[in-house]
Design a protein around this ligand. Structure first.
Ligand code: SF4
Length: 120
């Protein structure tokens, strides 16, 4: 059995959570969380960690040279680096609107990368 300590990032309280895992990595118990969201966060973090992705994409002919982008939903943590490389390949032409899909279904994750600002 192994123990993992983590801080829940699901709200600003930041509960310190302890997860006990068996030898195959299955979650045996979660403690220290003050609510169910913490339990869900800890289990996901141990079995299938995900992160929101934020970056910027080049824009030609706009009032700014780049537009900030983010993943519409979290992507698997192990794919973050490859997703960043994919985003770095993209170049847009102005105008770009808030919410525009910059990359659809990035690397088959089912997650869209969207613009989070206006470039005109
Ligand atoms: S366990 Fe609940 S109360 Fe504690 S940080 Fe996570 S979401 Fe907030």
């Amino acid at each position: 059995m192994t123990k993992r300590e983590m801080v829940c990032v699901s709200c600003p309280i930041g509960c310190a959570i302890t997860v006990e895992l068996d030898d195959s990595g299955e979650v045996i118990s979660v403690s220290g969380n003050s609510c169910k969201r913490g339990d869900a966060y800890a289990r996901q973090e141990c079995t299938h960690p995900e992160r929101m992705l934020t970056s910027t994409v080049r824009v030609e002919g706009g009032n700014l040279p780049v537009v900030p982008v983010k993943s519409a939903t979290p992507v698997p943590k192990e794919m973050l680096f490859d997703c960043m490389k994919e985003i770095n390949k993209v170049s847009l032409k102005a105008p770009v609107h808030f919410g525009d899909v910059v990359i659809e279904n990035i690397l088959g994750t089912g997650v869209n990368i969207i613009a989070t600002n206006e470039i005109y």
